[in-house]
Unconditional design. Structure first.
Length: 300
C-alpha cells in the first residue's frame, strides 16, 4: 500500500494522470509486475523527452495591430535611385609595371622651352608670334611714318604733345589772358595778327555748347561749318578775314581757331589729324569730325 502511494505521488510530480481504479483485485504476482512496470516508467521519465503534442494556443488571441494607410507624400511614385554598378577598371597594361616612372620636369623649364620654340616658329614663319600684344593703330601709324607724339611747342599755350593745349586755369595762372593768331584779308590780301580775350571767348563758346548740345545730335551746326569771318582792319571789308593755317599740321594754332570759332576753315584732313592725336573717332563727314574737334578742345 505504501508503494502505491509513493507511485501516485511521483506521478503527480511528473504530471501524469492517475490510473483508472481496478474493478477486480489483483494477485500478488500481478501487483509485483505492475510495480516493476511503474518503476521502469519512472526511470524512463527521468530523462528529458520531447512532447509529441503541440502547445495549444488560446482561443481568444489578441487582434493583429491595425496598419495605417500610407500618406499622400509616401504614395507618390518616387523614382528609385539607380543601382550603382561596380566599375571594373581595365587591367593595367604590362608596360605600366615594366616601364620606369617618368621624370618630372619643372614648369619653368617647360615654359621657357615652349616660349623659345614659339619664338623660333614665329621667326621661321615670317610673321609675328601670337603671344605678342597688338599695338594700337595710332602707334603703328606713328612708327610707320617715323613720327613721335612729342613735338616742340609752337605757341606759349600749346603743350609738347600734338594737337594739345593747356587748360584754362593753367593759362590764367601763367598770366596768359589773350590768344593771338595770324589772319589775311581776302580782298586786300593784307596779313596781320589778331587777338582774342581768353576768358571771355571761352565762356561764350561754352555757353553756346551748353544751350545747343541737345539740338546738335553730335553734328556741328551751320554756324561752325560756315563761320562768319571778321571784318578787315584795313579795308573794312566784312566777312573777308580768314585765318592763316600752317601747312604743317603740328604747327596749327588750335586754340586761336577755337576762340574765333574758325575751326570750320580747316580742311577735313586737318580735323582728322586733331581727332587722331586726341584719341577721338575721326571717320565720317566733316560736320561729325568738326563737332568732335570743338568738344575735344573745350575739354582740354
Amino acid at each position: 500500500m505504501a508503494s502505491n502511494q509513493e507511485i501516485s505521488r511521483k506521478r503527480k510530480i511528473n504530471g501524469q494522470d492517475f490510473p483508472s481504479p481496478r474493478l477486480f483485485p489483483q494477485s500478488p504476482q500481478q501487483e509485483k509486475e505492475d510495480s516493476e512496470n511503474d518503476l521502469l516508467a519512472l526511470s524512463l521519465s527521468s530523462f528529458p523527452h520531447q512532447s509529441s503534442c503541440k502547445p495549444t494556443t488560446s482561443q481568444h488571441q489578441p487582434p493583429p495591430p491595425q496598419t495605417q494607410p500610407p500618406s499622400l507624400w509616401q504614395s507618390l511614385p518616387w523614382p528609385q535611385p539607380p543601382v550603382a554598378s561596380p566599375q571594373i577598371s581595365p587591367a593595367a597594361p604590362l608596360s605600366f609595371f615594366t616601364n620606369p616612372p617618368a621624370i618630372m620636369i619643372p614648369s619653368e623649364t617647360v615654359s621657357s622651352q615652349f616660349t623659345s620654340g614659339a619664338a623660333r616658329t614665329g621667326t621661321a614663319g615670317g610673321g609675328p608670334s601670337r603671344g605678342r600684344a597688338r599695338r594700337s593703330s595710332n602707334s603703328q601709324y606713328s612708327s610707320r611714318e617715323g613720327k613721335s607724339e612729342m613735338v616742340q611747342p609752337q605757341y606759349p599755350w600749346a603743350t609738347n604733345r600734338r594737337a594739345t593745349v593747356y587748360s584754362l586755369s593753367y593759362l590764367l595762372s601763367k598770366q596768359i589772358h589773350s590768344i593771338s593768331g595770324d589772319v589775311q584779308c581776302k580782298r586786300c590780301e593784307r596779313q596781320y595778327s589778331m587777338e582774342y580775350d581768353l576768358r571771355q571767348k571761352f565762356i561764350e563758346i561754352g555757353t553756346f555748347i551748353a544751350e545747343n548740345k541737345s539740338l546738335m545730335h553730335d553734328r556741328a551746326p551751320k554756324i561752325w561749318m560756315n563761320p562768319t569771318l571778321p571784318t578787315c582792319r584795313f579795308c573794312e571789308q566784312e566777312n573777308s578775314v580768314k585765318p592763316i593755317i600752317a601747312d604743317k599740321k603740328k604747327s596749327i594754332n588750335w586754340l586761336f581757331l577755337l576762340l574765333g570759332q574758325l575751326l570750320g576753315c580747316c580742311a577735313l584732313e586737318q580735323l582728322k589729324y586733331f581727332c587722331k592725336h586726341t584719341k577721338n573717332h575721326r571717320t565720317g563727314a566733316k560736320d561729325r569730325v568738326l563737332y568732335l574737334t570743338y568738344l575735344g578742345l573745350c575739354k582740354q
